[in-house]
Each structure stands twice: as C-alpha cells, then as structure tokens.
Design a protein around this ligand. Structure first.
Ligand code: ATP
Ligand code: MG
Ligand code: MG
Length: 504
C-alpha cells in the first residue's frame, strides 16, 4: 500500500482467492479411471466415481505427491498427518451427494508466494492448500438440429441438461490465499506467477480446459482501517460483507470480474446501501457478475470425517519428494551465469519450456546470441502471432538450426529474423529450405571484396565526396555494393571494408 493519508469515506478493496488446480495424474484421485479429457462423455467412470453404493475410495499416491510438491514450492507447513472429510451438498454433478475434501487437517498450511506487479515485489500468504475431488461437468443445452456446441446455453434458456462424469474424481488442489490483495491487477500478476510455478513442478497443464478455476472474494473496507504496514485487523475482515465470484477460468477474467465487483460494491456503499454477502457468477462475455445465491455457511455442509479413508502420515514425504529449480531461483541463476538483464532473465524463465530451450541454445552458442534469439526474436514473433512456445514444441530443433546459420555467419541476423523465422512460423517451412528458396545465403567474402573494389572504381565522384568529408558518400557506396551482391552482404561489414580500402 502506498502511504497516502486516508480521507474519511475512502474505501479499499480487499481480495482473497480460492484457486482450484487440476493435478496432472494419469488416473483419478480415488479410483483407477483415466483423467483423459478428450473422451466420449461418461466413458471414464466406475462405481467409485459414480458414487454407487458400497464402492470404496482408494487414495492415488500421485495426487498426494503433487500436493506435497506444491507445498514445498510455496514453502508451506506439511503436517505429520492429514485427513479427509465429506462436504455434503446436493447437485447433479456430484453423484455421491458429498465431495471428498479436506477440512481441519489440510495437506498444506501457511505458505507464501512472491510475485511482481508493476515492478514491485509482493508477497501473498497462502492460508491452506488441500486435496479434493473435482465434480462432474454440466452442460445446459437448447433443442435444435445444429451441432451441440452451438446449442450450449445458460440454464435459463436450456431445454435440458447433460451431465458428464468423466471429470468426477479428477484430483484438485484448492489453494486458498489470505485476503492480501488490494487491487484486481495484483490478482492477475499472482495468478500468472502461480501458474508458472505449477507448470515448473510438472503437475499442471495450463492448456487443458478448466485446469485452473478461480473463486474470487472481494469486500470494501474503510481506508482508515488499513494500518501503516498495509494490514487490516481480522475482526474488520470478518465483519466486512464479501461476495464470492465463481466461474472464473482465466487470469484476465479474474481481473475483469474483480474490477466489476469493486466498482459495483463501491457504488452500493457510497449510495448508503448494503453489500449482500453472496455468491455471484461471472459472465465472461458481458464482463459482469450476477447474483447466484446467498453465501453458504460452513455449517450448511455438515462436514464430517470420511470414514472410508484412513488418516495419511505425510511428514516424511516432504524430505523424499524432490522439486525442480523454480522460476525465481532460475531467473537469479540466469542473471549470474549468463550475465542477463533482469528483464531478459524474467522473459526467459517465464515458462519451463522457454527456459530449457534457452539453456539448450546457450550451451551451443554464445549466451548473448541465445538470449537475443530466444527472448527477443522467438518470443517476440510468437507473441505477435498470439502463440505460445508449446505450439512449436516439436520444431525447436529448427529454431536451433536457424541460430546456427546466424552463429556461423551463413545468413545475416536481419534476414534470419525478418524472413526466415517469420516464414517458419507463418508457412511451416524449415530454415534451410527458406534460405535456399529466398537465396539468402551470405555472399562469400571474396565476392564482397570484389564488389567493394568495383564500386570504388566505378564511382570516382562519390570517392571524391568521401575524401571531402561528405557524410552521405559512404552510404551511397554501401548501397552500390549491396546492389552488386543482391542484398546478401552485411551492410555493417561492407561499410567497414569500404572505409578500410578508401583510407588505405
Ligand atoms: N473480508 C474479506 N474480503 C475479501 N475476501 C475475504 C475476506 N475475508 C476472507 N476472504 C477470503 O475468502 C476466502 C475464504 O475461503 P474458504 O475456502 O476458507 O471459505 P469459503 O469461501 O467460505 O468456503 P467454500 O470453500 O465453501 O467456498 C479466502 O480466500 C479469504 O482470503
Ligand atoms: Mg469459497
Ligand atoms: Mg473454499
């Protein structure tokens, strides 16, 4: 918080998140069904995930391992023993009428995550992170003859509803933050960082539909309640009426939903009305939130111990399960080891795949060249096309070859980026083919030297001007040499060669 004197009547936004992350395991959390997403509806089901009477859950060790990795990455406390509870509620996507989740002994407690927003480093406390099962997925549909995708609609307009239990039982980790955020933009930056860390851990697939789902809680608190260190008394937080916005599935969506909610609540309070404590739904298309229901209270869920799952001893898992180098550590190492700027190091560690590729290139060629090629050229061109590096994961050896062509001076850097790389991304061709087709191979040194001599002999006036100190003359001569070599010589080299010969 900036230490601005609070005026009476000023309001501050207070935001806390519940982030649901699908953990990448081959099978579900309590049964052996596949978690694969692109399957026919209701084909990856069994008596356990359908909640048939008498079926018993068996905990997936892989899900626990993934949770422990998250715990280590956010520096959380992992207790001696963790237990599972039943959270009881009725909804068609939940065939058992309860969700197996964790309650008073979650697998992770009291963690932190550091992130940067507008150049400032910020830290958020993670209150808890627990394991639970994902419910099935529901789709409301209108009658019609067209493809079902185009008939999916809101519940109000639907003629019927379909339930797919393939998702039921997919392992989830719910990560709950303290209400430490003060602005929607911080939330976006935090989510970006969280996703980066999860991806580095190799337990999360950001490209998977619905792999990250956010519930965002927001309340408005009088500015005079904020202490100098930015903290707010627990009692004040407890008393403030908050809304919980559900159905957010992207970083941008979270920022948008919260910005809407912030101004909605502010207007209510300023006009003397009260904010209802309620659950609201984010409408991505309209960018607004609408009331769904009054907020459930904990007692509504009738939590009790899941008797079919024994308590799990996890204290020593923390020691035995390794985690890879995380983005912050890798960024610092890149700065030291390769002498990169903060900005370049940040870009190059933004995803594990980018960082790995940079290290591959830097292992073969000069690190500065590798940084320019990966951070500026490759990421720049991908970004321009709204593409991620994952889209060309199987073509990175071609990009490596392109860097080789530049490093070994076979083509100019300008041609490599502006012609070869762009055409690789746009037309899918490989670098050698493009170089051949476009005739981009650099002219060899003898040919350039001959063109330099020729240009000097053929243009005595320009040579005269050069000796008279006229600045434009050298550029004219460079142009002549470039023409003779069909544009494939390096203009900087030509300039030097000309000067050397003229000054001799
Ligand atoms: N005054 C407040 N303003 C905004 N957010 C708050 C405030 N007080 C608490 N929060 C946030 O609300 C969230 C509470 O999540 P938690 O899962 O513990 O409870 P819940 O939302 O009541 O339960 P459920 O899991 O059933 O949705 C946390 O992210 C916390 O930071
Ligand atoms: Mg909640
Ligand atoms: Mg919750």
């Amino acid at each position: 918080m900036t230490a601005q004197a609070a005026e009476t009547g000023d309001l501050v936004a207070v935001i806390g998140l519940e982030v649901h992350v699908q953990l990448e395991t081959a099978t579900k959390i309590f049964c052996g069904c596949s978690t694969e997403q692109a399957a026919e509806p209701n084909t990856h089901t069994c008596p356990v995930c359908l909640g048939l009477p008498g079926a018993l859950p068996v905990l997936n060790e892989g899900a626990v391992e993934a949770a422990v990795k998250v715990g280590k990455a956010i520096d959380a406390e992992i207790p001696e023993e963790t237990t599972f509870h039943r959270k009881n509620y009725y909804y068609p996507d939940l065939p058992k009428n309860f969700q197996i989740t964790q309650y008073d002994a979650p697998i992770c407690q009291d963690g932190t995550l550091e992130f940067a927003v507008a150049g400032d480093r910020r830290q958020v406390t993670i209150r808890r992170a627990h394991l639970e099962e994902d419910p099935g997925s529901i789709r409301h549909v209108r009658e019609g003859t067209e493809d079902i995708e185009t008939r999916t609609c809101s519940i109000e307009r639907a003629d019927y509803t379909l339930v797919d239990y393939n998702r039921a039982g997919t392992p989830l980790m719910e990560i709950v933050t303290e209400p430490d955020f003060r602005d929607p933009s911080e939330v976006r930056a935090f989510l970006e960082k969280l996703e980066e860390v999860l991806e580095y851990l190799g337990i999360f697939d950001p490209t998977r539909d619905g792999s990250l789902r956010i519930d965002a809680n927001l309340s408005m608190v009088p500015a005079e309640e904020v202490a100098d260190d930015g903290s707010i008394d627990d009692a004040v937080l407890e008393d403030a009426n908050r809304t919980e916005v559900k159905n957010i599935s992207s970083h941008k969506g979270a920022e948008k939903a919260l910005a809407f909610e912030k101004s909605r609540q502010k207007k209510l309070i300023e006009s003397g009305r009260a904010v209802e404590q309620e659950t609201r739904h984010f409408n991505e298309t309209h960018g607004n939130t609408v009331s769904m229901r009054s907020k459930e209270e904990e007692k509504d869920y009738r939590y009790f111990r899941e008797a079919d799952l024994p308590a799990l001893q996890v204290s020593d898992w923390k020691e035995t399960i390794p985690i890879p180098e995380l983005p912050d550590a890798r960024r610092e190492r890149f700065r030291e080891e390769y002498g990169l700027s903060e900005e370049a190091a940040s870009k190059l560690t933004s995803t594990k795949q980018v960082a790995d590729f940079f290290e591959d290139v830097a292992g073969e060629y000069d690190p500065d060249l590798a940084a320019t090629w990966v951070a500026d050229n490759l990421l720049g061109e991908l970004n321009y096309r709204d593409m991620e590096i994952t889209a060309i994961a199987d073509r990175l050896d071609e990009v490596m070859r392109l860097v080789e062509l530049v490093a070994t001076d076979e083509i100019t850097a300008k041609n490599a980026r502006e012609t070869v790389l762009r055409s690789m991304l746009d037309d899918g061709a490989d670098p050698d083919t493009i170089v051949d087709q476009e005739g981009l191979g650099k002219t060899d040194e003898d040919e350039v030297a001959a063109a330099v001599t020729e240009a000097i002999e053929e243009n005595p006036d320009a040579v005269e001007d050069y000796y008279d100190g006229e600045g434009g003359a050298i550029n004219f001569l460079v142009g002549q040499v470039m023409q003779k070599t069909g544009g494939s010589a390096d203009p900087g080299d030509v300039n030097q060669l000309l000067r050397a010969e003229l000054d001799d």
